[in-house]
Design a protein around this ligand. Structure first.
Ligand SMILES: Cc1cc2nc3c(=O)[nH]c(=O)nc-3n(C[C@H](O)[C@H](O)[C@H](O)COP(=O)(O)OP(=O)(O)OC[C@H]3O[C@@H](n4cnc5c(N)ncnc54)[C@H](O)[C@@H]3O)c2cc1C
Length: 469
């Protein structure tokens, strides 16, 4: 794994635009580059693509799409950009947030109009931090389906995906121009492929403990809920070439992954009025601030676990999320007739839990302020029987990565772009600022498809310009 001298390989095959990774970013980049007339090839390490895109909730934010307009949703790029910047407490790249938000409707409309992607606008649920219904998803609202519609679009366009093609090295000149890549096959044999431009769409470093220890030590021992193939290759190659990396401590966590089932609850279990208690039967945070920052709040509790308590009303809404259905079907959610039964299940003091329940009920009725600053009004107090799930905090994916410009070109530490290297999705710096609290729901796929489109378009223009010189 590393950077090899550009003149060290003889490339039998050269493809103008090579893309590493067949997730949402790689597929979008491939469609965009292909549409602009460039020959493209995607290289994917797995025998069947199953990266984070397929594990995700499959929901993509955008603002001002045709679907939103048809549904009567008034949304603008400014509103989405403001949501992204607000969630990151103004500590993300505001300029990039506006740029991505501005292109977001174009990307969704294009995927639907030109590639028949069966997306719809989600109007029945709004995630924390979204001031409009920004989300778009395929019918089942499930990442595996989303990835399959991307792969279908790629196949329909006649774009090749080489699977079981683990890229283990880049051939680069001294000036950082990428000449090609080395692929290692499952039997250990290697192949080399030359390229005119390279797009890194191989996600972040959530599956690399060494990198997590270095960049995000507090999450290293938490459950990792993403694809194990996210080994940080893009960042490693970039750093070796002298690329700028930013916000490396940033990540999307999730504060309600059931244990031992390892299936995450739908967040409406919280937003609709549910809450979390620890082994002492006490709440410990404002659960509604966001599911990402809730991960470390849970990790910091005794035994690194907590319990999510909600009711049938919350359950019905949370069941719109595929993973919540799975959690229910796998028995991760128990039903308890009374507060005492919940305390028994948790093994916590019944009086402490009863006090917690009373306090939340009072807050929901507007009779007291919540100690953690959460606004419980707007939803009725929970009604028994209670739904209870034992949960852990988890890492979903990393948000730090390679710094890119507005055409997704990777930047050197001095701010100049590499000649023909692009990055998008989890390989690139996200819009979440420096830590766990800045992740706006959907930001992952937002950066995957929008930087993917921009990278594909720019890479195609680059290789076409070279041919016509
Ligand atoms: C459980 C979960 C739920 C999520 N829910 C949402 C959501 O609802 N909305 C949202 O916006 N985001 C969500 N995310 C985040 C989102 O999934 C990611 O941000 C997004 O899928 C990133 O897309 P990508 O194309 O960059 O990466 P991926 O989809 O992970 O694709 C990267 C591909 O690169 C391949 N690869 C890696 N290294 C190499 C190599 N060296 N050679 C060849 N191939 C390689 C991998 O095998 C993989 O197929 C979720 C993430 C998780 C884990």
């Amino acid at each position: 794994m590393g950077i090899l001298p550009g003149d060290a390989a003889h490339f039998d095959v050269t493809v103008p635009v090579v893309i590493i990774g067949a997730g949402a970013c790689g597929c979008t980049a491939a469609l965009a580059a292909h549409e602009r007339g460039a020959e493209v090839m995607i290289l994917e390490r797995d025998d069947k693509p199953r990266g984070n895109t397929s594990l995700s909730g499959g929901q993509i934010p955008a603002a001002g799409t045709k679907l939103q307009k048809a549904a009567g949703v008034e949304d603008t790029a400014e509103i989405l950009a403001d949501d992204l910047i607000r969630k990151a407490h103004g500590e993300n790249d505001a300029d990039m947030s506006r740029h991505i938000a501005k292109g977001s409707a174009k990307t969704i409309d294009w995927l639907i109009d030109n590639h028949n992607m069966p997306l719809s606008c989600i109007t029945d649920f709004i995630y924390p931090g979204h001031s409009r219904p920004h989300m778009h998803a395929s019918p089942s609202r499930f990442g595996a389906e989303l990835l399959s519609v991307f792969l279908e679009a790629v196949a329909n366009a006649g774009i090749d995906i080489a699977t079981s093609a683990h890229v283990t090295g880049l051939y680069a000149d001294d000036d950082g121009r990428i000449r090609g890549v080395r692929i290692t096959r499952p039997d250990g044999k290697t192949e080399v492929v030359g390229c005119g431009a390279l797009i890194l769409a191989c996600n972040g470093y959530g599956g690399n403990k060494e990198m997590l220890r270095k960049y995000i030590p507090e999450i290293v021992d938490a459950h990792y809920h993403g694809h194990e193939g996210n080994k940080g290759d893009a960042v490693k190659w970039g750093v070796a070439l002298g690329a700028s990396v930013k916000d490396m401590g940033s990540f999307q966590g999730h504060g309600a992954v059931t244990t031992p089932h390892n299936i995450h609850l739908g967040w409406p279990a919280i937003t609709e009025g549910g809450y979390q208690v620890n082994t002492e039967g006490r709440r410990f945070s404002n659960e509604n601030a966001g599911y990402s920052e809730q991960a470390l709040n849970v990790v910091r509790q005794t035994g690194h676990v907590a319990w999510t308590i909600f009711d049938e009303r919350c359950q019905v809404i949370a069941l719109q999320m595929h993973s919540h259905v799975e959690a229910t079907e796998n028995g991760a959610i128990k039903t308890c007739a009374s507060v005492n039964a919940v305390a028994q299940m948790i093994g916590c003091p019944a009086d402490a839990l009863a006090r917690t329940v009373r306090e939340v009920e009072d807050a929901a009725r507007g009779n007291r302020d919540d100690a953690f600053g959460r606004d419980f009004t707007g939803h009725p107090p929970l009604e028994p029987p209670y739904k209870v799930a034992k949960i852990q905090g988890a890492l979903f994916h990393t948000q730090g990565g390679l710094e890119v410009d507005k055409t997704a070109r990777v930047l050197r530490e001095d701010g100049t772009p590499f000649p023909n290297l692009f990055a998008g999705g989890g390989a690139a710096r996200g819009l979440s600022g420096p830590a766990d609290w800045g992740y706006l729901s959907g930001s992952g796929l937002l950066m995957a498809i929008n930087l993917g489109r921009l990278a594909g378009e720019a890479a195609a223009e680059l290789v076409k310009a070279k041919v016509s010189v």
